[in-house]
Write a protein of this length. Structure first.
Length: 643
């Protein structure tokens, strides 16, 4: 559509694909999953936006048309209303497109720079969600110049927990290490994460209050001085439009949490400063040389291979890439159309669905499964998480349970491409666990013969293992720390090892302890006095005292930070406090003891008095001091002591 022309009708998916620059939908033939198709669609859309953007002389009506077409396709993909884009080319989209077109006319659109920065992004780089547990630490501890006291983490007195991490600082004199208190993100709080290119998951979480909005995101927001600058609904709409593109998870939040996120993004004081990289193109795509045409036909096909390189076997094998009988191969359905010359994959993988064919709903009920390796034939995710979420969802849809680690309750280990040696070895050591490729597993479900598939499974031979996660010291795969015999055993090339230790229930039972002879009873008062003196003579463990001193030095962290349950029990015994109960109960008892004047909480010195009634102990000291002098009185069963 040109200037002054009437808006073209976009009645079906094929018309929308042509509108965003995918002139030949046959180019999608090589994509094995709808996720790969959408990745290719996003590339075409970004190129088309760079060509038609009004900031570079494009027509505003054309740009609005492209935006509306992509928003319609994105919403259909997000809802899962189409199995594939190519197979749904004739699906009617008139109503959805009309609604998207009208909505696009209400607000302004992102700047040219936004599409320029996002041109090479294949998976969403950022994710927002509610913390699923209280174990993740906020990655914004503050700055050392201000003694880490300038953090913006929301602190709830008495509830906020901390985790100490050692931070290395390189100086001219050498490397120094600081122990920094990181704030744990409480369960249910909003947190923001960044994608990890190796694992394909999200990490480096931080509180919403600590999040600096990256330039890739704030470029999509209204610019300063724009009429929409202070309209919250515009910010919310644009953040939602970034789902499956750059910023995901917004649609999963409640209205209250969305409003909180929008307010944070609207505050320009939370925007990160970012210098434009020198490698970005400084010219419009329309001015590119002839050899750099933006035609989608010359674009590279989306790769299904994981970003983590495959580990070569430590045992030098001359066997080539011919897949073994065990190697996971896709359960394929031939594509009805010939593949494009630019896209090589030929077949599409189909995951079983409950009630489709002979796949019985609930056929995996009571089965516990573990996944290892990657599943490029399934698609979804990236890195070491490639395909895992979709396989996990399929297992759960049939009533199965998926765990992250091998245990004595594991029934099936689903082996993908480049599995982890650790899980494979543990799976072979479990008599109950059966190793299955994804192909065999899916065939068993589709044929309604899961039990027979498990019973008749042949021994699996694995040629290569994953290199694992790359850290500063290199890759962490167990393969690099194992002997040749251990690797061959994990591969299935050597006989199974005999499990060490007792093999029957009666073996390995400890002999019954002989009954101790009853000793002469001492006077109760003398016995209690001897125990009291013995306890007072036992000093507190140095490691526990070091943690208490460190927590006191930090000042803003609770005295019990990083103390383990066994250490809290030792501290209770040291102060003659009941040491039975859970960790929160022990902390509560010690708090009562310290508030009553007991010592030992923080390592200070002082004098004071304390009283306790009924069964409460009374001690003297300087608040939370480790050393102190004073007097104590007790009523009922209280004991007189000094700490």
């Amino acid at each position: 559509m040109g200037k002054g022309g009437a808006r073209r009708s976009r009645d079906d998916v094929k018309a929308l694909l042509v509108c965003i620059g995918l002139t030949n939908p046959e180019d999608l033939s090589g994509c094995s999953t709808v996720q790969e198709e959408f990745a290719y669609v996003k590339k075409c859309f970004r190129r088309k936006c760079l060509e038609t953007h009004p900031d570079k002389g494009g027509d505003a009506a054309d740009f609005r048309d492209v935006q509306s077409a992509f928003e319609t396709l994105r919403s259909m993909f997000e809802r899962g209303s189409i199995p594939t884009f190519q197979g749904s080319a004739g699906t009617s989209t008139k109503k959805e497109y009309e609604a998207a077109y009208e909505n696009m006319g209400k607000y302004s659109q992102p700047s040219y720079e936004f599409y320029e920065f996002a041109e090479d992004i294949s998976v969403p780089q950022y994710r927002v969600e509610l913390a699923k547990s209280g174990r993740s630490a906020c990655g914004k501890p503050g700055t050392r110049s201000k003694n880490y006291q300038d953090k913006k983490c929301p602190i709830i007195p008495g509830e906020t927990q901390y985790k100490f991490k050692t931070v290395a600082r390189k100086l001219k004199s050498g490397t120094e290490y600081d122990e920094v208190a990181y704030t744990l993100i409480s369960k249910g709080m909003i947190r923001i994460g960044v994608v990890d290119e190796q694992t394909g998951g999200y990490g480096r979480w931080c509180h919403l209050e600590c999040w600096r909005v990256p330039k890739r995101i704030w470029l999509a927001m209204p610019s300063e001085g724009h009429p929409d600058e202070y309209k919250a609904e515009v910010y919310e709409m644009r953040l939602i439009a970034l789902n499956e593109v750059l910023f995901e998870g917004m649609q999963e939040l409640s209205a209250e949490h969305r409003a909180k996120l929008v307010r944070h993004v609207m505050d320009r004081g939370n925007w990160a400063q970012y210098k434009k990289p020198a490698f970005l193109k400084q010219r419009s795509p329309s001015k590119a040389p002839a050899g750099e045409s933006a035609s989608p036909k010359k674009m590279e096909a989306p790769k299904a291979e994981p970003s983590t390189p495959r580990a070569e076997d430590k045992v030098k094998s001359e066997v080539k890439a011919e897949p073994p009988a065990s190697a996971p191969q896709a359960f394929m359905v031939p594509s009805s159309k010939a593949p494009s010359s630019s896209l090589v994959p030929k077949e599409k993988f189909v995951l079983p669905k409950p009630g489709v064919g002979n796949a019985k709903p609930g056929c995996l009920g009571g089965k516990t499964c573990v996944l290892t390796g990657v599943f490029p034939e399934v698609g979804g995710g990236s890195g070491l998480s490639l395909g895992k979420d979709r396989v996990k969802g399929m297992i759960m849809s049939f009533g199965g349970r998926v765990t992250s680690a091998i245990s004595g309750k594991t029934d099936i280990l689903v082996v993908g491409k480049d599995p982890g040696m650790s899980k494979v070895s543990k799976g072979r050591n479990q008599n109950r666990c059966t190793l299955l490729s994804l192909k065999d597993f899916c065939e068993g479900i589709n044929n309604g013969t899961v039990s027979q598939t498990i019973e008749q499974a042949k021994p699996m031979v694995i040629e290569t293992f994953s290199m694992g996660y790359k850290a500063r010291g290199g890759f962490n795969s167990l393969m690099y720390r194992s002997s040749k015999e251990e690797i061959e055993y994990a591969q299935g090339k050597s006989p199974q090892k005999r499990l060490q230790g007792p093999t029957t229930e009666n073996e390995g039972e400890k002999p019954a302890k002989k009954a101790k002879k009853s000793k002469r009873k001492l006077d109760l008062d003398e016995e209690a006095e001897e125990k009291e003196e013995a306890k007072e003579k036992e000093p507190l463990d140095k490691a526990i005292q070091a943690k208490l001193d460190r927590n006191k030095k930090q000042g803003h962290v609770p005295w019990h930070t990083t103390l383990l349950a066994r250490e809290l029990k030792a501290l209770c015994k040291h102060h003659d406090v009941d040491d039975k109960g859970t960790k929160p109960v022990l902390i509560k008892r010690l708090n009562v003891f310290f508030e009553a004047g007991g010592g030992g909480g923080g390592g200070g010195k002082g004098k004071g008095k304390g009283k306790a009634e009924d069964k409460k102990e009374a001690g003297a000291g300087g608040g939370r001091g480790g050393k102190g002098k004073g007097k104590a009185k007790a009523k009922g069963r209280g004991k007189r002591k000094s700490v």
